[in-house]
Design a protein around this ligand. Structure first.
Ligand SMILES: Nc1nc2c(ncn2[C@@H]2O[C@H](COP(=O)(O)OP(=O)(O)OP(=O)(O)O)[C@@H](O)[C@H]2O)c(=O)[nH]1
Length: 534
């Protein structure tokens, strides 16, 4: 038969005197196939988990496979005796190509088994064929038939009819043909003690490799562990980390082994002013420190505590909630500020909070100066399920504000938030536009806009002080939101602005995502900026 030539020319595995179980022999040959680059024979690759399983159970890879005969000798003999591999693949059905684990590797197994034991291998060609490819009786396809050619011919015959048809036409007396993975299946059922009588039944449930089980999938979904959620204070502290670490680092350096004297007090005052806290707050801190600790040893932490306490005193009066008068339907919030300070993003975050609380919100893209701002606001509106009103680029922003107010009224919106441009060709033009928007809204409701919110970018430092001055005069700003407190060392500016303008600070932003905007809390902010815990 076909394997007789292989057993003469290939010697696989350990020395013949070693008694080896056929499965172990098979496993070594398969191992050689799984590592084609390590084998001069260049056997077909059988990257199949079932084969890998066999390998493992047979004791792992055999390092000496194929080392007994010289490759050249083997090749010569093989060529003389064997049908060409091409011939085999020519006659194989497309789905059973030479090199597929179902045929050639197991043929080699058989050859090796014969070489080892001197007896015909138990594994036969039937074992190597798919169940849908039964052998034809009397066609030289029995193991005892002579020569590989006959065996190949039998495979060829099967190829002539569709596989399914062949299965249907199979002679009733014909022996059942084992599934190509039956050796593995048998081995597994041997190990598990299961009845293997079904291994040749094409309708039998597949035998799964070790470690798998049949049956419905686990009903309990695997619980995904969400990343630990940071509290707002933790996010605030993280956001203000640059401001606080710079401040506390400098304070600690200043007070290392020094008693509190006039010089250190002056140095501290300078340091606090440079940190944008403002002259007023800086003096409050140094005065309190002097009255409590003059002439004594002072640590950086002592200073941080006093600083936090004084900052909190400045901030408390301005840390107020944004009052919504919902009797207005809508309560109109006009958002103003220099371009890039975070107006559009903040509107999105506010809309998320309000609509999340069940209020009906409309957002109006009054920044007709910048196309991206209109698109950006539309995205926020979609995301927050808010009503959206926009107009074309360059259109009159006051006209849009008017339309928005009317539509928001008609739709019974609770809140209307209007975005505005932060940059026009010149400041006078910008201010004229803002004044017009306020005037137009006032025609529909003399109290509108009910809130004029200004966004301030913390990274601009001292510049934010004059921005408030300007917008307050033009648009009647009556509340502030400070953004971008994350990633800046200039967060102290909020203290200076609060001390100077005394305008309510409603929210602060420490990042771009929706949860990064939270109501302003004086104590939290003061502690975070001083690097202290809550
Ligand atoms: N890191 C950080 N980025 C922010 C914060 N708030 C807004 N931004 C980002 O700042 C950039 C500018 O924000 P916008 O909302 O477009 O600012 P704008 O004032 O509407 O700008 P214009 O439309 O040009 O007037 C965007 O990339 C925002 O994601 C914040 O609190 N922290």
């Amino acid at each position: 038969m076909a394997f007789s030539f292989i057993k003469k020319v290939f010697t696989f595995g350990p020395k013949p005197e070693e008694e080896q179980a056929p499965e172990a022999v098979e496993a070594r040959v398969l191992e050689s196939e799984l590592e084609p680059h390590s084998r001069e024979e260049n056997l077909p690759v059988a990257a199949d988990p079932v084969l890998a399983e066999e390998m493992e159970t047979a004791g792992g890879p055999a390092d000496d496979v194929g080392k007994d005969a010289s490759v050249e000798e083997l090749a010569e003999q093989a060529e003389a005796l064997a049908p060409k591999e091409d011939d085999v693949s020519d006659v194989l059905p497309a789905e059973v190509q030479a090199g597929d684990m179902g045929l050639v590797p197991l043929s080699l197994l058989e050859a090796e088994a014969q070489a080892e034991t001197g007896a015909p291998a138990e594994s036969t060609i039937e074992d190597t064929l798919p169940a849908a490819l039964p052998l034809q009786p009397g066609s030289g396809d029995r193991p005892e038939d002579e020569g590989g050619v006959a065996e190949v011919a039998s495979v060829g015959e099967t190829e002539e009819a569709p596989a399914a048809g062949l299965a249907a036409e199979a002679d009733a007396e014909q022996e059942p043909i084992a599934d190509p993975i039956s050796p593995a299946a048998e081995e597994i059922s041997d190990r598990t003690g299961e009845d293997d009588s079904s291994s040749s039944d094409p309708f039998a449930a597949p035998v799964l490799p070790k470690g798998f089980a049949t049956g419905p999938t686990a009903s309990e979904p695997v619980a995904l562990v969400p990343p630990p959620k940071l509290s707002w204070f933790q996010r605030l502290r993280a956001g203000l980390a640059r401001t606080s670490s710079q401040l506390t680092g400098q304070i600690a350096a200043l007070f290392t082994k020094r008693k509190l004297d006039d010089e250190t007090l002056q140095d501290l005052e300078d340091l606090l002013i440079q940190a944008d806290l403002g002259v007023e707050t800086a003096m409050r801190v140094t005065d309190t420190l002097a009255s409590e600790r003059y002439g004594k040893d002072v640590t950086g932490e002592d200073v941080s505590r006093i600083m936090a306490s004084e900052i909190a005193k400045v901030l408390k009066p301005v840390a107020k909630p944004l009052q919504l008068d919902l009797s207005h339907k809508p309560h109109v919030i006009l958002v103003v500020g220099v371009n890039g300070t975070g107006k559009t993003t903040t509107i999105g975050k506010l809309a998320a909070k309000l609509s999340g609380a069940g209020l009906k919100v409309m957002v109006a893209a009054g920044d007709t100066f910048r196309a991206a701002a209109i698109e950006q606001l539309k995205i926020w509106a979609d995301r927050t399920k808010s009503e959206f009103i926009g107009t074309k680029l360059g259109a009159d922003a006051a006209g849009l504000a008017y339309d928005a107010f009317e539509q928001a009224k008609a739709k019974r919106c609770d809140v209307l938030i209007i975005d505005t441009a932060g940059r026009l060709q010149n400041k006078a033009e910008l201010m004229a536009e803002l004044e017009k928007i306020v005037r137009v809204l006032g025609k529909l409701d003399p109290d509108a806009p009910h809130t004029v919110l200004q966004t301030l970018d913390a990274t601009t430092g001292q510049n934010a002080l004059s921005q408030v001055e300007i917008f307050r005069n033009v648009a009647g700003v009556n509340g502030l939101i400070m953004t971008k407190l994350d990633g800046t060392a200039r967060g102290g500016i909020l203290v200076a602005i609060s001390a100077k303008h005394k305008l309510p600070v409603y929210f602060i932003g420490v990042g771009e995502s929706v949860e990064d905007l939270e109501p302003f809390e004086a104590e939290d902010f003061a502690h975070a900026i001083a690097g202290l815990g809550q």
